[in-house]
Design a protein around this ligand. Sequence first.
Ligand code: F0G
Length: 452
Amino acid sequence: MSSLSPSAPPVRYSNYQFRCIACEHTTESAGEDFRCRDCGDLLEITYPYWKEANLDGAQVKFIWQDRLISSHPVDLSGVWRFRDVLPVIQKEDQAITLREGNTPIYDLPRCARITGVARLFAKHQGMNPTGSFKDTGMTVAATFAKMAGFRWVACASTGNTSASMAAYAARGGMRSLVLVPEGKISWSKLSQALDYGAVTCQLRTDFDGCLKLLQDLVKKAPVYQLNSINPFRLEGQKTLAIELMEQLEWQPPDHIIVPGGNLGNSSAIGKALIEMKQLGLISRLPKLSVIQAEGANALVRTLRETGGKQLVIVPAETRATAIRIGNPASWKKAARVLEATGGACEQVSEVEIAQAKAEIGAEGIGCEPASAVTLAGLKKLVQQGFVTPEETVVLVLTGNLLKDPDYTIEFHRGDLFADQRSRELNALRRPPIVLDASLDAVMRTLEDAERS
Ligand code: F0G
């Protein structure tokens, strides 16, 4: 059966609406800032048409499976393969795709032993084309930017969004403008934006300052903003959860754990879980938990200090630079999905992040520091009894190990947290060994390593 199979549910242009998350006002079109015209809060995409079309869970599962044998570009994308639950595009060849999604799920037997849970998996979004989960949202939002006729797209970023946006803009024949905090993103991510041809501005501020400036810019210049305030991004990022459930044969795990920065990804995953339950694709909701770095813990403090009613903005500082964010835009959406799924919100220290990252690395998988908060957070949730040993847990690894090589090298050389006398930490360090090019020297090193 081809991607244009007669049994695919009928779609119409358009199949979605924007709805304000606060006053619930609905509209067919959104302004440049993707905020409600009445109350100024964020918009989300909804699909009133699903009810009308009687979208049937069993039928879409079959269609998605069937598309796996198609060679049509939208079917080769691990995002657009699930297009029946995404905003519809008029012509399928309009999709700007790099074959994103299609990411593996790995079991983590050693990390499972360390944490004491029986079944632990990693859904590795770092295996996307530009090395982070951002690609799944970017393919959708960049496609809509292009369809709306924009020549320029722009974002504020801690690095991964800019790398992804620059790649998709280039593929779609659009120009891109990147605003990043000077000196606070990894060279690896910066180099991607440069190579994909973005106009890259390193601003003397933090991420929150970059995002604020972008909000002003889109009101003045015809640029389309591709931060996760843009609800099309979150629709694409939903597919992480859909693909995960398909990989688990639609048997939901007990817990999904995700890092929290600007809080778009947790919101997207939560939205996907709720929608999948509504459509009958899954029979129960996993608990979705968000983990933040102690130094960038706006959501943790918001929930603890105001019961989720008012955002507590924090001055952000962490070596996990991807989540160095103190004023997260999607905090309300994230707070809601945590409540809806019964998930927790925790914070972890810099040392806990470094240890967890090395433990994930030692599984032969690896990830960037921000992703490792998930394992560090899981340890805490197990200690608290929130996660119990017989439960199944999935960690969402958001970025590839190669995204921040400086951090990894500093850690293994012993320069990162050199003052920490932690036995666990030091046991994980694998410093490079400089030797004369002699067989004896290498043999001795091998024997020492065997004994240790
Ligand atoms: N993990 C990685 C690797 C990230 O790059 C980000 C966010 C997050 C987790 C947090 O996701 O913001 O949706 O809560 N990076 C953004 C960027 C902010 O600009 O690349 P979130």
